[in-house]
Design a protein around this ligand. Sequence first.
Ligand code: SGN
Ligand code: CA
Length: 531
Amino acid sequence: MRALITVFSLVVSIALMSKSSAADQPNIVFIFTDDHAPHAIGAYDGWLKSVNPTPNIDKLAGEGMLFVNSFCTNSICGPSRAVIQTGKHSHKNGFMNNGNSFDWNQQTFPKLLQKAGYQTAIYGKSHLKGEPQGFDDWAVLPGQGLYYNPDMITPKGKVMIEGYCTDIVTDMAVDFLKESRDGDKPFMLMVQHKAPHRNWMPALRHLHLYDDIEMPEPATLFDKWEDNAAPARYQELEIDRHMDINFDLFLDLTADFKDPSPKKSKDRSAWNNLQRMTPAQSKTWRDAYGPKDKAFHEANLSGDDLIRWKYQRYAKNYLRAVKGVDESVERVMKTLDELGLEDNTIVIYSSDQGFYIGDHGWFDKRWMYEESLKMPFIVKWPGVVKPGSKSLKMIQNLDYAETFLEIAGAAIPDDMQGLSVVPLLKGENPDDWRKSIYYHYYEYPSVHMVPRHNGVRTNRYKLMNFYQFDEWELYDLKTDPDELTNLYGNPEYKQLTRRMKKELENLRKQYEDDSDMSVKSQEWQDEVRSR
Ligand code: SGN
Ligand code: CA
């Protein structure tokens, strides 16, 4: 009997040991989309919530922690991803704007996770150019990638895959979980969608979604940027003047899917994509948009009514593309459940930056204003994160690498510049958590014409410096969440301005950002603005 008891307790303790070692290195599924603004997620409580755009992402938030104050360091695709890979600001990892190439030979978190015993895989949009390093398996879209029948680059070469990109990437993730996972290792699976990036092409099954409703409009749809510094009036991302009804909204599709206004739009990607459709795909597409286009012409709109129509078509396509993503989340969660992996797998939802969905009259991102500065960050960690909890602490994409490494029990290199959010996930409330974040955007002059700027945001205030033009903005986010009243230069805010400038200077030094921030000559400023 005693022997039996000993054997029994041995078996129990081995079982407990292996359970605790598995829990020591939980699996991570990182679902990452392109340009999905938090206010287009129900759980984030934004003005699009009434449309119920994301029931499955909301469910994830209900089972995990939602980070309300989650920000990027540089609001554009490639750079945001490079920050995530390295845990370093753009000026340190070398990928400051989309024109740069990522140096894959540098230290990245997937390489460190591999060393810590993880199996790593990435599927979908990388946007870092070159072949990914640090992954046991991968398949990535070349550049921005296509929504329909995309090419994908794999270790075996380039392949064209028929179907809708979000579904294809989800298939790959599901296949990894079901077929190619190494059962002896924990894994990091990165599921990286192109959606809902421009040109906001929905899956065929979603082409009629929202047909029978009016999208709510943002309060600032008709903003005229009267109180902003000059850059907000010189940009090129207005729904009114810069969103092209053919290129962006697919109006008046020609028989051969040739862009009817080729002079206006330099980029051919959406039209090339339509031309790649199979006859069946293109028929469904035409059948959906044809009658809507006819109604548009009959209405003969102009002025604000035309802006409203463009906004409706844009917001609906954007949220239709989001719907595909939300269904992807559902499939991944279901697969984890079916495979019995749910309890030991952390699931994260995030996107490379926020986006303007008509806010301030705009589309696109790049600015340090709230809508594009914010990133969704939702984490489900069974047994650790309190379901349905919210964190108000300021976090950034700069923190992801260190968070993943701490989850894996791996050492965090000294040269990473973020903070692991694991203490926040455990419900701790560290007093010495950061009180401000640093931001720096570099891509100028370039598409959408948002000038270079850096800035600092605290819980309440934001200071921005468009240094090439010597233009500044200061906002009180508590009294002015839409950032409509620029307080810079207001004598009542002199002290605060001085404090915020000091904070900006301190952060620039702390992160060792010595990039050129000189004011440009008047000739340069005039020349760039007249382009
Ligand atoms: C393309 C888009 C822009 C977008 C950039 C950056 N034009 O140039 O609207 O701002 O990418 O996007 S498009 O005609 O190709 O859609 S990002 O996702 O890489 O940040
Ligand atoms: Ca992006």
